[in-house]
Ligand binder design. Structure first.
Ligand code: UDP
Length: 241
C-alpha cells in the first residue's frame, strides 16, 4: 500500500497520538432494557452497541448441542455507519467477523453449563472508523458480563499495526487505509491466552512480535476500562435500591 499522506510527523500521528497511544475509549454497561445484557462503547470514531440474549433453547432444534451451548455472535454494520452507504444485510466481511468473534467467545464462556442452549450476541456498528471488530468484541464481553453469563475471564480486543515502517497501537481510519499492516487480537487478560488473531498486510517476525506485545498492552489497558464500566453499572443499581 503506497500513500502520499504523511501518517507520522515529528513522532506524532495524524490525530496527534503517540505511537503507543490508544484512541479515547468510553464504555457503558446495561444501556438496553429488553436485552439480558448490553453495552455501548465508543472507541475513537467507532460507536458500537452490543446486546446479549439467552441462554435460551437453541432453535431450530437441529442446531442444539446436547453437551454445551452454542454462541452466535452477529456483527452488523449499519447502512449509515460508513462514508459510502453500506448495503444492509450480511456480506462476506461481516460473516467472517461474526465467525471469528463467535469462536473467540465460545472459548471463554463456560458453554458446558447450558447444554442445548444458544447465547446470542448482537453487535451493531453505528459508526465505523477502523478497528470495529476489536470494538465489537470488547463491547460484547461487557454485555455478556451484564447478562450474567459465566465466563472464565472477561475477553478484550485491541489492534496494533505498521505505518511508515513503524509499529503503532490502534490504527485509525487513514492509518488502516494507507498503512502497511494491521494485527487485531483478542485475549483473556488473566492468562494471556490469545482468543483471536488476524493479520492484514506484511510484518517481519521482529515487527510481528513487537506489534503483538503492543496490542497486548493495549488489551490490558482496555480491560481495566471494561471492569470500571461494569462496576459503575452495579454502583448505580446499589444507589437505586
Ligand atoms: N469499512 C467501510 N465499508 C465497509 C467495510 C469497512 O467503510 O463495507 C471501513 C470501516 O471504517 C472499518 C474500516 O473500513 O472500520 C476497516 O475495516 P476492516 O475490515 O479492517 O475491519 P475493522 O478494522 O473495522 O475491524
Amino acid at each position: 500500500m503506497k500513500t502520499d499522506i504523511k501518517l507520522i510527523q515529528d513522532g506524532k500521528r495524524l490525530d496527534n497520538r503517540r505511537l503507543d497511544e490508544l484512541r479515547p475509549i468510553k464504555i457503558e454497561a446495561g444501556v438496553l432494557h429488553r436485552a439480558e445484557g448490553s453495552c455501548y462503547l465508543e472507541w475513537g470514531g467507532n460507536k458500537v452497541i452490543a446486546a446479549v440474549y439467552g441462554p435460551r433453547e437453541a432453535v431450530p432444534r437441529h442446531t442444539q448441542n446436547p453437551l454445551r451451548a452454542i454462541v452466535n455472535a452477529r456483527y452488523n454494520m449499519a447502512a449509515f455507519s460508513v462514508d459510502d452507504r453500506k448495503r444492509p444485510g450480511p456480506d462476506r466481511r461481516s460473516r467472517e467477523i461474526s465467525k471469528v468473534i463467535s469462536e473467540a467467545l465460545e472459548n471463554i464462556i463456560i458453554v458446558e453449563r447450558y447444554p442445548r442452549a444458544s447465547i446470542d450476541v448482537n453487535i451493531e456498528i453505528l459508526d465505523a472508523e477502523a478497528g470495529t471488530r476489536c470494538a465489537g468484541l470488547t463491547a460484547a464481553a461487557v454485555a455478556l458480563v451484564d447478562a450474567g453469563i459465566p465466563m472464565k475471564d472477561i475477553p478484550v480486543a485491541c489492534a496494533a499495526g505498521k505505518i511508515e515502517g513503524q509499529v503503532v497501537l490502534d490504527l485509525g481510519k487513514d492509518e488502516d487505509n494507507y498503512g502497511q499492516a494491521d494485527l487485531p487480537i483478542a485475549i483473556s487478560p488473566r492468562t494471556g491466552q490469545i482468543l483471536l488473531l488476524q493479520m492484514d498486510g506484511h510484518l517481519t517476525l521482529d515487527e510481528f512480535n513487537q506489534a503483538l506485545d503492543l496490542a497486548m498492552k493495549g488489551c490490558y489497558t482496555i480491560s481495566e476500562m471494561q471492569k470500571k464500566a461494569i462496576m459503575e453499572k452495579y454502583q448505580k443499581v446499589e444507589e437505586v435500591k
